[in-house]
Design a protein around this ligand. Sequence first.
Ligand SMILES: C[S@@+](CC[C@H](N)C(=O)[O-])C[C@H]1O[C@@H](n2cnc3c(N)ncnc32)[C@H](O)[C@@H]1O
Length: 247
Amino acid sequence: MMIYQNFAFIYDQFMENVQYQDWADFVEEVLNSNEIKGDKILELACGTGNVTGLLRKKGYDMTGIDISEDMLTIAQEKSYENNLKIKYLKQDMRTLNLNKSKYDAVVSFCDGINYIIEEEDLGAVFENVYKHLNDEGIFIFDISTEYKLKNILGQNTFAETSEDSAYIWENYYDERTRILEFDLNIFIEEDEMYTRHFESHRQKAHRSDELCSKIEEIGFKNIKVYGSIDFSPEKEDSERIYICVQK
Ligand SMILES: C[S@@+](CC[C@H](N)C(=O)[O-])C[C@H]1O[C@@H](n2cnc3c(N)ncnc32)[C@H](O)[C@@H]1O
């Protein structure tokens, strides 16, 4: 099943309170503290381009890739409206290939990596990132943790309504496979009627030690894991962790 199709059109509405600005500031801080001079950034799973746009406004030369055409359509529209020059491309990060282009940093925020379920695919993503980075280049990504998928989302239902749309979000977590499956029922008003759309997503609760050993195998160095963008360490109840590594 394709995901982030109809959801794309209401995604931003329901992400209003997400800390996009903090994430963009975090990227800038990490790049400055590592004395990265170049300004070419590739964003994986960029979605509707919220972080992409903010980084462009900071002056970075941005390329965003995502597997969802609908998410990219919204991203593209926003970049035109805001007069931001950003290159958006439809690509699957598992098979990423940008014709030998190299970047000073690769970033991915808000669960992109949780959508990579298979071990093999995760290795392929990290290898692809490595190939697309300049020497000393930085890779920054986040994941929603096992704690969050199991204790906060797992077996819970969330719902939200707005003026012309609504969703019901039902979560099922399997402790054995560490996979969270969630069903999204989305209702969008069209001509005084609501159309129901359905999407089923799967996210994997990757553990930081497993991610780090995979990353190390590929050849990355300076591996840092944070429990928050204030650079504090990961805790047992961290809901999101941030991993920064260098080529
Ligand atoms: C929760 S959204 C996050 C979007 C954006 N990073 C943000 O912060 O709003 C997850 C995104 O991951 C994308 N995605 C999932 N699997 C992918 C893959 N294999 N390659 C590229 N993008 C992928 C989805 O299409 C979706 O846009």
